[in-house]
Design a protein around this ligand. Structure first.
Ligand code: MEV
Length: 313
């Protein structure tokens, strides 16, 4: 049996903008998906999906999941036409929009196949295979989710718009930052939301360019503030990033409500994260006590579930 893991992720800055070559900052989170691959005598592959989920998530993504698995197998040259495999997916990462569950399933699968078939892949090759898998979930992934899922930690990521190797580098912080992630419980389609933003961009490039320019300044300031340990500034920039995502129309009332609750309970900053129109909200706090207060307020204020975690160090 081959076993592999992929981290969940949270985008701190840059969802949607990253699709168009602007930099993004993402953090791998501790929760992960674990894949186990076992060889079978019969041809084809079977999936035993035991991952915890927000109701309806797996059913909604079922067809995309199939394409994704086929993409990973094809990319790695694993032929199941004579002898098949069973894939078991488990781990503690909840399948819900915004956690990078699709990327984590691709990364964990690539690693499990690597082990079972002695493919000799390094992390960069695992990441490439996972990127092919991500294409099953949405046609034009920026690659940030699979990169954060493969490497964990905090990463600065810039997509290569010519289709070549992206630029990414791990960012080391001198401290660990308290993070709250709250789920709306709504499953969004990344393909639809990314496609909708693309249509809006094509219809009004000046509008999109003006927002992108503001974002570009903001994300570079965020990197400096993180490196300097200036969390108040990071929070302020997260709030501004949320405003830009609202302008792109990818937030929704449920996300905006969670953002307001986090801010009014002492978060230094809060924003939607990931695809939007559902999925998750993130907030940072100055200490653990405030993190707990924010988390409780979010739970009482209607979040489907809340995760308390950290990033950095
Ligand atoms: C989804 O987690 C992040 C998006 O920017 C899409 C992508 O980067 O591929 C919305």
């Amino acid at each position: 049996m081959g076993v592999g893991m992929g981290h969940g992720k949270s985008i701190l800055f840059g969802e949607h903008f990253v699709v168009y070559g602007l930099p993004a900052l993402a953090a791998g989170i501790d929760s992960m998906t674990i894949a186990k691959v076992t060889k079978k005598q019969v041809p084809g592959w079977t999936l035993d999906d035991r991952r915890p989920e927000v109701a309806g998530y797996k059913e909604k993504k079922k067809e995309e999941q199939k394409v994704s698995i086929n993409n990973v197998l094809k990319h790695l040259g694993v032929d199941t036409s004579e002898h098949g495999i069973n894939i078991e997916l488990g781990g503690d990462l909840i399948c819900a929009s915004g956690f990078g569950a699709s990327a984590a399933s691709c990364v964990s699968l690539a690693r499990a196949l690597n082990e079972e078939f002695n493919l000799g892949l390094d992390d960069a090759q695992v990441n490439e295979a996972a990127y092919e898998g991500e294409k099953g979930f949405h046609g034009t992934p920026s690659g940030i989710d699979n990169t954060a899922s493969t490497y964990g930690g905090l990463v600065w990521y810039v997509r290569n718009m010519q289709g070549g190797t992206p630029t990414f580098r791990p960012i080391k912080l001198d401290m660990s930052v308290n993070l709250v992630i709250a789920s709306t419980g709504i499953t969004a389609s990344t393909t639809e939301v990314v496609g909708d933003v693309r249509k809006k961009k094509e219809a009004d490039t000046d509008w999109f360019d003006a927002i992108s320019k503001k974002y570009d300044t903001l994300v570079n300031m965020a990197l400096e503030a993180l490196k300097n340990g200036d969390l108040s500034k990071v929070g302020e920039l997260m709030n501004q990033n949320h405003g830009l995502l609202q302008e792109l129309t990818v937030s929704c009332n449920e996300l905006d409500d969670l953002v307001s609750i986090a801010r009014s309970n002492g978060a230094l900053g809060a924003k939607m994260t990931g695809t939007g129109r559902g999925g998750n909200m993130i907030a940072i706090t100055k200490d653990e006590t405030t993190r707990n207060k924010v988390a409780t307020a979010l739970e009482e204020g209607g979040a489907a579930f809340v995760i308390k975690t950290t990033f950095g160090r």
